[in-house]
Design a protein around this ligand. Structure first.
Ligand code: BES
Ligand code: ZN
Ligand code: ZN
Length: 482
């Protein structure tokens, strides 16, 4: 796929595309009176029949895609545009139309951004394991603009970079557990560091043991594929000295549950248990390539949770990096143990703001499902920034309470803490993490267990990893850096 921002029609377009939003034709200032009339007929036909939400008809003699950008229930108008662009791109590919002119002359920048995201989502395919690959067909999208060529070209370039990161994150997440082990993930992070010039530090199990990162060691020691912590740093000269954003990601390349084994039916989905680390790596790649003026670190907590003679036993007690002792009463609540070290590491890096992303609890899936990410924060200002950034990026967030009444459930009998609480699964997990958040630090925890991976078509994902989190993290970094 190619996107070309032009100041006049190249004459190569084989078809036009016209978007409808809420009973009106959008971005149509270039239409003739006759074409407007024809378009209105189609629009009415979409509302009342016989037309479908995506039609390919002649408009004033030119083949034209008519795309209804208000089809789905519950989406924002920007997300409707993404979905419309996604459906359009799927059709253009199917019909093998080599050049489509998008009629977007009077689109606002954020509308253009949404549409370009939608076009890219239609490109994503995870066919590495298919012996018969779908034939790829490359469509050129031409967008003719008047005086916004420079601004629109920058938007198109930025979205291309961000979408490449999102696709990488989705590839890592969709890759089966035996093929994306912690050490393979380390090499992916090294490749990103090389590409972007990010500073990188990799700790293997020996270094982790020596330095007391025992949460990650406890989780990962039962597997042949041993655990790692990867720390990446982006520190541009023009960044403020007073703000350091650390992104911490749960990177369980597979979660069997350990000795407290998971049931068989959906265990295969646990290749997605490193979605937090994938999002964080995708975000820092984008932030670095877009040269955003903010100091950002990323901490990936990588391990595989397995059964075996070296695996942690229920009841075992370890001392975490911040000195607290923890009894592992359920080895399937391993994400919070791995993250405890990531949060401690962010503290040692002197982060002023920490955001952790984790496919942490089944309880969050039951609470909010696949469409909304539940998040927690100890800082209201940061929480409202997250909500705002999420909305701009068409990623839905919902604030959850760090309800102290449940904190006693995490008290250990022989140790300071135990890793599961008695009530409210997602809140208990967040309260456990809070025990490891360094003092005087703004922190937010995003439980993406429901939103990271879908098993039925949802928005622009037919099956598998959604790439959730990358965009909101990048947008947040953009806002914090301003
Ligand atoms: N990785 C899972 C959480 C999860 C569930 C992710 C569904 C994606 C989809 C996590 O490690 C886990 O197993 N959590 C347990 C905690 C429980 C034992 C307290 C859970 O939620 O069941
Ligand atoms: Zn688990
Ligand atoms: Zn897990």
């Amino acid at each position: 796929m190619k996107i070309k921002i032009e100041s006049k029609e190249s004459g190569k377009a084989i078809a036009h595309a016209l978007f409808f939003v809420k009973k009106s034709i959008q971005f149509s200032s270039v239409l003739s009176e006759k074409a407007t009339e024809q378009a209105e007929t189609v629009l009415n036909g979409m509302e009342e029949g016989p037309f479908e939400d995506l039609e390919f008809l002649e408009l004033d003699g030119v083949p034209t895609f008519f795309v209804n950008a208000a089809k789905e229930r519950g989406l924002t108008s920007l997300d409707h545009l993404r979905m419309a662009a996604y459906r359009l791109a799927k059709q253009a590919k199917k019909k093998q139309i080599s050049c489509v002119s998008l009629m977007l002359a009077d689109a606002a920048p954020e509308q253009l951004k949404s549409i370009i995201h939608g076009l890219y989502y239609a490109e994503y395919e995870f066919d590495r394991y298919k012996t018969k690959k779908q034939k790829s067909f490359s469509v050129v999208y031409e967008i003719v603009v008047q005086d916004q060529a420079k601004e629109f070209s920058k938007i198109a370039n930025d979205v291309a970079i961000e979408q490449a990161s999102i696709s990488m994150a989705r590839d890592w997440i969709n890759t089966p557990g035996s093929d994306l082990t912690p050490s393979v993930f380390v090499s992916e992070a090294e490749k990103i560091a090389k590409e972007t010039g990010l500073k990188i530090k990799v700790r293997d199990i020996k270094a982790l043991q020596k330095e007391g990162y025992n949460g990650l060691v406890t989780v990962g020691k039962g597997s042949q594929s041993l655990p790692y912590m990867v720390t990446l740093e982006y520190k541009p000269a023009k960044a403020s000295k007073d703000l350091h954003l650390a992104l911490v990601g749960k990177g369980l390349t597979f979660d069997t549950g350990g000795i407290s084994l998971k049931p068989a039916s959906t265990m295969w989905e646990m290749c997605c248990d490193m979605s937090g680390a994938a999002a964080v790596l995708g975000a820092i790649r984008t932030i670095a390539l877009l040269k955003l003026p903010i100091h950002v670190s990323a901490v990936l907590c990588l391990a595989e949770n397995r059964i075996g003679s070296k695996a942690v036993l229920p009841g075992d007690i370890f001392t975490a990096k911040n000195g607290k002792t923890v009894m592992v009463d359920n080895t399937d609540a391993e994400g919070r143990l791995a993250l405890s070290d990531g949060l401690a590491e962010a503290g040692l890096l002197k982060a002023t703001h920490i955001i952790d992303l984790a496919t942490l609890t089944g309880a969050m899936v039951r609470a909010l499902g696949y469409a909304v990410t539940g998040f927690f924060s100890n800082d209201e200002k940061l929480a409202s920034k997250i909500l705002e950034a999420g909305q701009t990026c068409c990623e839905k967030f919902w604030p959850m309470p760090l309800e102290e009444e449940y904190a006693d459930g995490l008290k250990g009998k022989f140790a300071d803490l135990q890793n599961t609480g008695s009530d409210a699964g997602a809140i208990s997990a967040a309260l456990f993490l809070k025990e490891f958040v360094p003092e005087n630090t703004s922190w937010s925890h995003w439980d993406i267990a429901g939103t990271a991976f879908v098993t039925k078509p949802w928005k622009y994902t037919s099956h598998g990893a959604t790439g959730i989190g990358v965009q909101t993290l990048v947008e947040l970094a953009r806002q914090l850096g301003e």
